[in-house]
Design a binder for this molecule. Sequence first.
Ligand SMILES: Cc1cc2nc3c(=O)[nH]c(=O)nc-3n(C[C@H](O)[C@H](O)[C@H](O)COP(=O)(O)O)c2cc1C
Length: 476
Amino acid sequence: MPKDLRTYLTDLVRGKSGDLRTVDTSVDPRFGITAYGAWYDKRNEYPALLFTDVAGTDIPCLSNLVATHERMALALGVPADTLTRSSIAGQGRAAHPPIEVSAEQAPVQEVVWRGADADLRRLPIPVHNELDGGPFLTAAVSVTRDPESGRLNAGIYRHHVYGPHRMGVWFFGSHDGGVIHRRYAAKGEPTPIAIVIGHHPAFLMGAVSRVPGIGGEYDAAGAFLDEPVQLVRAITSDLLVPARAEIVIEGRILPDELAEEGPFAEWPGHYVGGGMKPVIEVDAITLRRDAIFQDIQASGREHRLMGALPRIASVHQAVQQKVPGLRAVNIPLHTRMHCYLSIRKEFDSDPTRAAFAAFNTEPENLRAVIVVDDDIDVYDEREVSWAIGTRFDAAEDLQIIPAWNGPGGLLPTNWSYDAEGGRSARSSSAVIIDATKPAPPVVFPTRAKVPDDAVAAVRPASVREVGSLDQLPWLS
Ligand SMILES: Cc1cc2nc3c(=O)[nH]c(=O)nc-3n(C[C@H](O)[C@H](O)[C@H](O)COP(=O)(O)O)c2cc1C
């Protein structure tokens, strides 16, 4: 059976982790779905939540599915502690180009809503955070075709639902979806778009990978899935969409119309972004007979994890090309705008080269790259902090890159604010913190440690809790 959201949920339940829970009481899509996510977040718990009774629709809503490393590891079929390395391997493989199947073989076209029936209000689309401007699609993979190369492109883009058949779309910076739309708009033509909702998490990994050039995400998804993505021709355009998705919304981005988009709470945890953005008109919605809608908890852990994990793989590939001594990459979840690189340093220029390769892979999101030696575990904040404390001298090892991020966008630092509540876009700086030792042959003080063989010889069974003074004759 080809992989899709259902095969993944089956694996999840069979794994007996208790990670998938249903919410059977009626919930309001306005804050009712994210409220559960927030309630669990306060307890530092991140179960996947299937809301079976969302007011106003017949379709269940799955949220928080991709919120943990363990569930992403399950999606990629690897142990959680090797997740990062495997996601790198997964992205590098790209051995499974997609294959096309007929409409009869495409569950996503079992039901077709056209015209007035293609009403977005029939879907359980949540309003996520307090000041959001309305319901938003957050787990939607938008597929477009580059009019110049003919290549299909995919990426997750947020869509602000304005009405039954109208949505906004927010293309950021260098992202290819926006490049493609501007190419159609320059010719005065609408951009055919298909918005894919509900697929295997490995498919989402592929869609948000930084693939060089325009397109290639279906191949990346095939690599993460370890099998080809099955595609079917859309019903209103020549786009190819995943045949085993749950729901596909088909439409056109209008060439000459903008509407006020946002506010929307984004992954940096603030309401930033928005403004006048392109508008989509919906022509059709195709779906499975018993479709499941998928949502990502916006500005929560799930949003940051889905942003960070595929990028770790992309940054790894890009940095390794410049600095072969690269060991590991971490983009920490709690602050996805930082990146930690550990390298086996050969030259004093390695940290700068490595940092720029990382910045250029993630130009919109990274604000600080911290480079450490290969004895530092980049997944341990204490280790990274210790390296800064002991191997970094601000006067020598700090590089500030002025006007790197922005102008504007999602980072609150990329805007100027005034006392009247106004704001204007600005660019903010980025920083390289080189917390590595000098390159060989310079001799740097050796790091202290108890010998490994001595630690291995410890007998934990010989350790006893002191429960009575009788155990301590020295005190009598
Ligand atoms: C949950 C989530 C939401 C995202 N929302 C947006 C968005 O609204 N606009 C955007 O430009 N990128 C967004 N991204 C990032 C893009 O999906 C990502 O950069 C992707 O690689 C872009 O692909 P493309 O440049 O090939 O079109 C989001 C990523 C995630 C994980």
